[in-house]
Ligand binder design. Structure first.
Ligand SMILES: Cc1cc2nc3c(=O)[nH]c(=O)nc-3n(C[C@H](O)[C@H](O)[C@H](O)COP(=O)(O)OP(=O)(O)OC[C@H]3O[C@@H](n4cnc5c(N)ncnc54)[C@H](O)[C@@H]3O)c2cc1C
Length: 506
């Protein structure tokens, strides 16, 4: 008897350990182990919809494998190690295959178990850079920007290239064409909702009894490969064509706009990155989506997603210890309860609490921008993101929160801190129109906290920002502030931050 242990975020249709096991035993003599680990499920006060997603997808996967002729051991255990030991003792398996976990903690546990049990680890090929490292010999001390990594990945996987190996359209990147504010008249087709079946409904009931964030009811994400593919097809047909133009836009009455909402399925293996990339590429060649949209979308998956995973394994341990802006304040309570007078923040937090989702620009330019400007401790921000989002895992959170969102590494992952005042939010969204704060006022009770904290951040970190070639010009704006105004900005910011700090996590 051979066993294959599959983790809940590795629900691949063609799973490498199942392929390897096929060479060793018949399906009827292969037992697939799926562990619902109590310790893992309780590691954070997770969003309930994330728990439904993972548990229901595992249960559907178990049913699929059973129907395909495998023995399946889907078990609840106090933790992974106990589950593996119990399984081996009960089945008498002498050989167990598993794929290396995407996250550090679980991978370390797999290595430890492999020392004492007949457990063999196969390489993780769920990420394209796990199949081919585009920059294998770069020392960890050298900074590698996204663009270098992305071009190497495009070349290797032959994505959006002409016959001569050059980028289609003559440019590697259409970022400049992807920053348009959204006109009122443009309405995005909604993302598809998947009606829960009996397995998902039972899981929603069960998870509803657990501690966590948000409401499990209302869950409508895909939990099978077929549904995930339908979500992909729907996105490609309906929203991809305008993904590029409005990638950075935000709107109060629509938290998805032209984004794909594919990360929940991608991050647990229901979709594979290359099939998503090829589907987008196909839409370009078929003439149904323009190049700025397709390249912009491909950049997210083949670029940012792969780059984050690559950086996590390269410099992740340094990242979690980093705090370049010396941020020491506790996370304000409103992150957990969603109450805020700021229209943008209240709307995004309410949506995150409800659904476990916000699109990239709201994560970056509303949520983490505020935390960076307010000097919130990176570890607390990371814990909040990890708990609150349906698509959150250590490998994606560490580089996104410590690196991209908070610039805690001082510019290893992202070349500049993503900071902006409310002027940016006003330009890219309709939030400020419905808000009691004034986006352009720099101090005083009516000034938007984003703007107050932005100018306060520039004043506090002026020297460091001047040294950054991409931010030097922003600091030049300080010349318009005389001493009296600088003092007023500092005082308004200090009062605001004191209020937020006095009311930390409930
Ligand atoms: C502070 C912060 C926290 C984030 N937390 C997560 C997280 O917990 N889980 C997660 O998957 N992504 C995270 N991201 C990245 C990105 O915001 C989400 O992947 C994206 O919003 C998911 O929505 P979507 O599927 O509609 O994405 P789309 O905008 O449609 O993009 C397509 C896909 O590209 C990938 N992608 C794009 N940007 C990134 C990125 N920076 N890192 C990794 N993948 C990316 C995702 O797989 C996404 O599904 C975070 C970004 C920031 C700034």
């Amino acid at each position: 008897m051979v066993s294959v242990w599959i983790l809940g975020d590795q629900l691949l249709e063609r799973h490498p350990a199942l392929c390897a096991a096929a060479a060793l035993a018949e399906r009827a003599n292969t037992t697939v182990l799926l562990i619902e680990s109590e310790a893992r499920l309780a590691q954070q006060p997770y969003h309930r919809r994330k728990l439904v997603l993972i548990l229901s997808a595992m249960r559907h996967y178990a049913a699929m494998l059973g129907a395909a002729g495998y023995r399946v051991d889907l078990r609840r255990a106090p933790d992974f190690a106990t589950g593996v030991r119990q399984h081996l003792a009960e089945t008498g398996s002498h050989r167990m295959l598993t794929v290396a976990a995407a996250e550090r903690g679980t991978r370390a546990l797999q290595h430890a178990l492999a020392q004492e049990l007949p457990l063999e680890l196969l390489p993780n090929t769920q990420f394209l850079c796990g199949q081919h490292d585009p920059l294998p010999d770069v020392p960890v001390t050298r900074r590698v920007v996204l663009e270098t990594f992305y071009r190497a990945m495009r070349r290797h996987f032959g994505v959006l290239l002409d016959d001569g190996g050059n980028p289609l359209g003559g440019q590697w990147n259409y970022d400049a064409a992807n920053r348009r504010p959204l006109p009122r008249t443009v309405v995005a087709p909604p993302a598809q909702q998947f009606v829960p079946d009996a397995i998902t409904l039972a899981t929603i009931d069960e998870v509803g009894q657990r501690a966590g964030i948000g409401d499990a009811a209302g869950f409508a994400l895909p939990v099978t490969h077929a549904d995930a593919r339908q979500a992909l097809d729907g996105f490609i047909a309906e929203r991809l064509p305008r993904f590029g133009d409005y990638e950075d836009a935000m709107r109060a009455d629509d938290g998805v706009l032209f984004h794909s909402v594919l990360s929940p399925a991608l991050n647990i293996g229901l979709l594979e990155p290359l099939e998503v990339i090829r589907a987008a590429e196909h839409a370009y060649h078929a003439g149904s989506a323009p190049l700025n949209a397709v390249e912009g979308f491909v950049r997210q998956i083949l670029g940012w997603r792969e780059y984050m995973y690559w950086q996590y394994w390269r410099i992740g341990e340094q990242l979690v210890a980093a705090n370049a802006w010396n941020a020491q304040r506790p996370l304000p309570a409103f992150f957990w309860d969603g109450t805020s007078d700021m229209h943008c923040l209240a709307t995004v937090l309410r949506r995150v609490h409800q659904t476990g989702y916000a699109h990239h620009i709201e994560r970056l330019m509303i949520l983490s921008n505020l935390c960076l400007l307010a000097g919130i401790t990176p570890a607390e921000v990371n814990a909040w993101f990890l708990a609150s989002f349906v698509d959150a895992y250590d490998w994606v959170m560490v580089p996104n929160v410590f690196g991209m969102g908070l610039n805690a590494d001082g510019g290893g992952v992202a070349t500049k801190p993503y900071i902006a005042s409310a002027a940016y939010i006003d330009r890219m969204s309709d939030y400020c129109g419905g808000c009691r704060f004034q986006p352009r006022a720099r101090h005083g009770p009516a000034a938007c906290p984003f703007t107050v904290l932005y100018w306060n951040f520039l004043l506090t970190h002026e020297a460091a920002l001047r040294a950054n070639p991409r931010l030097g010009p922003a600091v030049l704006g300080l010349r318009h502030l005389d001493d009296a105004e600088r003092t007023a900005v500092r005082q308004t910011a200090a009062a605001l931050l004191a209020r937020w700090s006095n009311d930390p996590r409930p």
